[in-house]
Ligand binder design. Structure first.
Ligand SMILES: [Zn+2]
Length: 414
C-alpha cells in the first residue's frame, strides 16, 4: 500500500480525504475564503476551519491579508482568504521516451524548478535504465537540496500501454519492452511513492489540472513524435478504457485498404501518415527523386533534427516540403474530426511535432476538422498547441504524482 506522504501516516483517511479536497479546491481557484470552501465541499465551517488550520500549520496553505467586505462594517472575526504555498512540497516527474528520458522537479503548481535530459540505448535492458534513473533522481534530490519529507512522490510517463494500477509498462513497441515493473523498480530503490501512466495520458492530466485545460470539462491531448497517441481528460478524470487502451489514436485506421504497414501489424494507421518517422521517410523518398530541391539541400545540411529541417524547408517555401507537411496536417485533421464525432471535447491540445510545426500544421488541421466533423462540431472545438511546449511531458509526469498523492486519494492504486 502507498503511504500518505502528504500528512504522515497518523492521519485518518477521512481527514486526509478532506484535506486533499481543500488543497484541490485551492489549486483550481484561489484565493478562497473558508466559508466558500465549506459551501463548495458541503462540509461544516467548523470542519473546514480545523482542516485549514492544520494545513496552515503544515505550511501547505497560507492566509492572505485580512479582507473587509466592501463598504460594510463587519462584526466578529475578520475574514482571511487562503492560498496554496506552492513551494511547500515538490514532485519529481520522469518522462520516458524512445532512447531518451527527462527528469524534473516541480512545485505544487507543477511549475518546473529544474530539469535534465538523458539518453539511453534501445539495447540497454529496462531494469538497467531504471537503475540509472533512480541514481539520477537521487542526484537531482541532492542537487536541489530537497528534503525527502517534502517530496510528494514520483510520477512517470511511460511509452505505450501502461497499467497505472500496478505501475507496469505492459507493452512499449517502440522500445521493445514488455511487462516492465516501473513502479517497483523505482520505489524499491528510492522509497518514495511512484505513480506510472502512459506519457500522453499524463500530458492530458497536466493540462487539465495545471495548463490550458484548467476549468475545461473535456479535453484531448494529441501528441506526435516516434508514435502518435492521445490522452482524454473528462470531468477531472482520465479516460483509460476497460483494458487501459483508450486514446490510441495513432492506430486509428484511415486507409484500411492499401495504406502503409504500421508497426502494430495493421495498415493505414494515422501513425503511418503523421508520425515523425513517417514524415522523415517520405522526405527521404522525395529527395531521392528531387536531389536539387531545397528540401534536399536542407535535409542534407545537418542542422537540427530531420523533422525540423523539413519544417524549415516548408517555411522557406519548398513546394515538396510544404505538400508533405500539409498532407500530414490534413490527415491529422481527419483523425481529429473522428475524435470530435466520438467524444465532442471542448478543447484539443497538440504536442510534440504537431506543436513544433504548429504554424504549418494548425491552420490546415483546423480547416479539415471544421469541414469534416459532423454537424459543425469541428468549428466549435478549440484547437491549439500546448502552452507547455517541450515541457508538456515532464509537467504531465509531475502531475501524475501531484494529482495522485497530493490533490486526490490514491485508492485506485494496488
Ligand atoms: Zn497501427
Amino acid at each position: 500500500m502507498l503511504e500518505y506522504t502528504l500528512l504522515g501516516s497518523n492521519v485518518n483517511r477521512i481527514k486526509a480525504h478532506n484535506m486533499r479536497a481543500v488543497l484541490l479546491r485551492l489549486l483550481l481557484t484561489e484565493p478562497a475564503f473558508r466559508v466558500q470552501i465549506a459551501n463548495q465541499l458541503s462540509l461544516s465551517t467548523t470542519t473546514i476551519t480545523n482542516i485549514c488550520d492544520e494545513l496552515i500549520e503544515l505550511g501547505l496553505v497560507a492566509e492572505d491579508g485580512i479582507e473587509e467586505i466592501s463598504g460594510r462594517r463587519r462584526v466578529g472575526r475578520p475574514r482571511a482568504a487562503l492560498h496554496l504555498v506552492k513551494d511547500a512540497r515538490y514532485a519529481i516527474g520522469v518522462q520516458v521516451g524512445v532512447e531518451t528520458y527527462r527528469i524534473a522537479v516541480a512545485n505544487l503548481k507543477a511549475e518546473i524548478i529544474s530539469h535534465h535530459s538523458y539518453t539511453f540505448s534501445r539495447a540497454t535492458p529496462p531494469q538497467e535504465v531504471f537503475q540509472q534513473i533512480s541514481g539520477q533522481i537521487e542526484d537531482v534530490i541532492h542537487e536541489n537540496k530537497l528534503e525527502r519529507q517534502r517530496i510528494v512522490g514520483i510520477g512517470v510517463g511511460g511509452a505505450g500501454l501502461v497499467n497505472y494500477r500496478t505501475g507496469v509498462n505492459i507493452l512499449s513497441p517502440n522500445l521493445g519492452w514488455e511487462n516492465v515493473a516501473i513502479r517497483d523498480l523505482l520505489s524499491e530503490r528510492l522509497h518514495l511513492p511512484v505513480m506510472v501512466d502512459n506519457n500522453v495520458k499524463a500530458m492530458a492530466l497536466g493540462e487539465g489540472f495545471f495548463g490550458a485545460g484548467r476549468g475545461a470539462k473535456s479535453l484531448i491531448f494529441v501528441y506526435g513524435r516516434v508514435g502518435v497517441g492521445s490522452g482524454i481528460f473528462m470531468d477531472n478524470h482520465l479516460l483509460r478504457g476497460a483494458d487501459l487502451g483508450a486514446g490510441e489514436i495513432g492506430h486509428m485506421i484511415l486507409h484500411a485498404e492499401g495504406g502503409k504497414e504500421c508497426r502494430c501489424g495493421q495498415r493505414g494507421c494515422l501513425e503511418t501518415l503523421v508520425s515523425e518517422g513517417a514524415l522523415v521517410s517520405s522526405a527521404e523518398e522525395l529527395i531521392q527523386k528531387n536531389p536539387s530541391s531545397r528540401l534536399a539541400q536542407t535535409m542534407l545540411s545537418g542542422d537540427g533534427r530531420p523533422i525540423e529541417r523539413i519544417f524549415t524547408a516548408a517555411r522557406e517555401g519548398d513546394v515538396l516540403a510544404k505538400k508533405l507537411v500539409e498532407d500530414a496536417a490534413h490527415y491529422l485533421g481527419i483523425a481529429l474530426a473522428n475524435l470530435v464525432n466520438l467524444l465532442n471535447p471542448e478543447l484539443i491540445l497538440l504536442g510534440g511535432l504537431f506543436a513544433q510545426g504548429q504554424d504549418l500544421i494548425l491552420p490546415i488541421a483546423k480547416e479539415t476538422l471544421k469541414k469534416t466533423a459532423f454537424a459543425g462540431l469541428g468549428g466549435k472545438v478549440q484547437l491549439q498547441a500546448t502552452g507547455f511546449g517541450w515541457q508538456a511531458g515532464i509537467v504531465g509526469a509531475a502531475a501524475l504524482a501531484l494529482t495522485t498523492f497530493f490533490y486526490s486519494n490514491p485508492e485506485e492504486i494496488e
